[in-house]
Write a protein that binds this ligand. Structure first.
Ligand code: BTN
Length: 242
């Protein structure tokens, strides 16, 4: 991965750029697009992903995970989260965790987000654009509960080096996925899962409730123990309160 890397001074969204390239030309697995600034950065659940010019890592990388059954697509999210955690572990002292499904948190603040957009051909995962936004040298946020590497470490960080580290760690985890090491990936994810084993408040389709976060199941759904009964929730079915 990362043999071909393209830089755009600014763009709407590196995911959009890479998706467009994939649609219109032959793009090799592992190709990367990164930028200094996104004008229409996109986040999960239709959110906007804001950044300050020249401060953060904003990148998309193309995978062609044809070996992966579409029912296991969420493993791409898991390995991307794990790769970012490994990178942060190299440069930070703080506690790095993954908030379900795949937000990266340091000391209880969000430092990175992941947006994966894939294309199926028949029943095969033809391509997956892995979008990663990692807050590096930005020091002010209008979003509550966000942080950056420089805020957490008190130091300025080299964004290009970080991007290279992300690519290298993603490759490591991608190879594990290719080798069908699902158990290892799940276990590593569970070890880092924020609030695991703790009682937490949620907003579900039928209202608010409390439960203990147990982990995720075979489909990437969140398993919550509600009054002694294990229940599973998809992305659109539950929200954390706080
Ligand atoms: C989230 O946590 O909501 C996901 C944020 C993903 C942001 C990255 S930045 C690079 C790539 N391009 C986008 O438009 N979004 C992703």
């Amino acid at each position: 991965l990362g043999k071909k890397v393209d830089f755009l001074p600014q763009c709407h969204s590196t995911n959009d750029e890479l998706l467009l390239l994939v649609k219109n030309s032959v793009v090799q697995e592992g190709s990367v697009i990164y930028t200094d600034h996104q004008l229409k950065g996109r986040g999960q659940r239709g959110n906007v992903w804001f950044d300050e010019l020249g401060k953060n890592v904003l990148m998309s990388i193309l995978l062609r995970p044809k070996f992966l059954s579409p029912t296991k697509q969420f493993y791409l999210n898991l390995i991307t989260g794990l790769a970012i955690v490994d990178v942060l572990g190299e440069v930070l002292e703080g506690k790095v965790e993954l908030k379900w499904p795949n937000d990266v948190y340091v000391n209880d603040r969000k430092i990175a987000g992941i947006l994966i957009e894939s294309n199926l051909r028949g029943t095969s995962l033809e391509s997956a654009v892995i979008g990663i936004g990692l807050n590096v040298n930005q020091s002010g946020f209008n979003m509550h509960g966000a942080t950056s590497l420089s805020l957490e470490s008190g130091k300025h960080h080299d964004r290009f080096k970080l991007m290279e580290l992300v690519v290298a760690q993603l490759e490591k985890w991608y190879l594990k996925l290719k080798g069908s090491n699902y158990e290892v990936i799940l276990e590593s994810y569970h070890d880092l899962l924020m609030w695991r084993g703790e009682l937490h408040a949620f907003k579900g389709v039928a209202g608010t409730f409390k439960g203990e976060i147990v982990g995720i199941n075979q489909h990437g759904n969140l398993a919550i123990n509600v009054d002694g009964k294990l229940q599973y929730f998809g992305l659109k079915e539950v929200e954390f309160i706080n």
